[in-house]
Write a protein that binds this ligand. Sequence first.
Ligand SMILES: Nc1ncnc2c1ncn2[C@@H]1O[C@H](COP(=O)(O)OP(=O)(O)O)[C@@H](O)[C@H]1O
Ligand SMILES: [Mg+2]
Length: 482
Amino acid sequence: MTTEAGTPFESRGPLPHARALQPARVPAEPTQRLERLHAYFLEGCPDDVRPALDGVLERARGVREGCGHTDVGDDLASAWYAAAALIELAAALELDEADVRGAAAAVAEACALPLSAARYILYGQAAGHPRLLELPPLLAAEIQLTLLLGLDVLSEVSLWQKTAHGLDCILSLGGDSEPSRRVRAEAKAVLRGRSRLSLLGSSQLRSAAVPRFSQPYAAVVGKAGAVDAKVADAFLAEAAAALSPVVEREHLLEHSSARERTLVAASERRLMRLGFDLHDGPIQDVLALAADVRLLQQQVYPFVLEDHREQAYGRFDDLTARLVDLDRHLREVAHSLETKSVLSRPLGEILHREVDNFAERTGVSGSLEIRGDPDSLSSAQRITVFRAIQEALANVREHSGATSVEVRLRARRSAIDVQIVDDGTGFEVERALAKAAQRGRLGLVGMAERVRMLGGTFDVESSPGGPTTLKFTLPRWEPLVS
Ligand SMILES: Nc1ncnc2c1ncn2[C@@H]1O[C@H](COP(=O)(O)OP(=O)(O)O)[C@@H](O)[C@H]1O
Ligand SMILES: [Mg+2]
């Protein structure tokens, strides 16, 4: 949602129902406020977020029905709607502080509330919205804190956490520079449960502890904005309560990510072993074979009649060239099994090389499109993306008869989407998977398993006649402290 800075509310024009909502007048059609608020949010909202806002409207209508379709119900549903809409916009990374300000003004007007009350209600509903728990924890925490800035409760805010080596600033919003030493000292005091500056009513610095099992686990520290210290404290208490489940979720994810890393590492070790075996076994055999062929060439030379020598030489050269080719391919495979090469180079470069090599080797035209920054992925995600694309390309080569394949990777902030589409013969997915499993072929099944290990979803769409589309999505979350 883009609005002009400073006057977000006016930039959309006054709410169409502004006059009807004068407290002195009874609105002609009380149940229309919600719809008008929806119209206000839709204005200037990107097309791809509209369906989410329509969904929010549907649920808000349910809230209104639940309240008995009364005037008050319409007010409550309006506040509910505005909070949920803000979170949807934030999840789509389309929210800025001006939007938050505009939303508070819209709720105040729609529900004929003083702005201060509208802000507090909106904050409580938005910061505690369950949808936030579906987002990466760091993004959820950032949204919760951005709301405090947008509502002018704080002018600067930061989130802190204890680590093995001291104190980490996880997020810092609103300030021009790094948080000051005073802010750090305040965070430290909060995390130690000691008395702090913010307890002095007059201090501009305010803070709250985010609890986990009743112990301070993180600290929010901020500078009071256009409100007085007590109001800022009330908001911060609300913020700390809302941050608690987000922090808890991050804690769980961090633990399961440690487990995932171990699993990914185990399967990578198996692949690396395979690479070594390939190197020590077949590659050495090919070298020995090539030497034997050359030796044989010399040994048979005296026995070949003069007239046939050129032809015989040609045949030997041909054999040697094929062995050199085989050696090169085996080395390429061994190299691509190495995890080190996947992690030490930019993912975009490695994928380009993989797709180009594939095209060169198979004659199937291949294209790669990358959107976003794939190098911000974690190691486990990078390896999974790379291996899955490798396996999908192997399937295109072995089974599809395709003339072209397209690989698309989109690194969004909340997820990574990958699609591999080939224009080949296609197949009956259920049957092929059942048969492959019986034969112990674990290409697609293994790929799905790797994706599932990282909490992602995996899907193959195909039918006889083609095309075949393989898709997977990995949720993106970064632990608060990595
Ligand atoms: N891109 C594709 N086009 C056509 N058929 C495919 C494709 N990918 C997979 N298949 C079918 O699915 C089966 C299972 O694939 P996979 O699990 O990778 O095992 P494998 O490749 O070892 O047979 C394949 O044997 C093939 O019949
Ligand atoms: Mg396969």
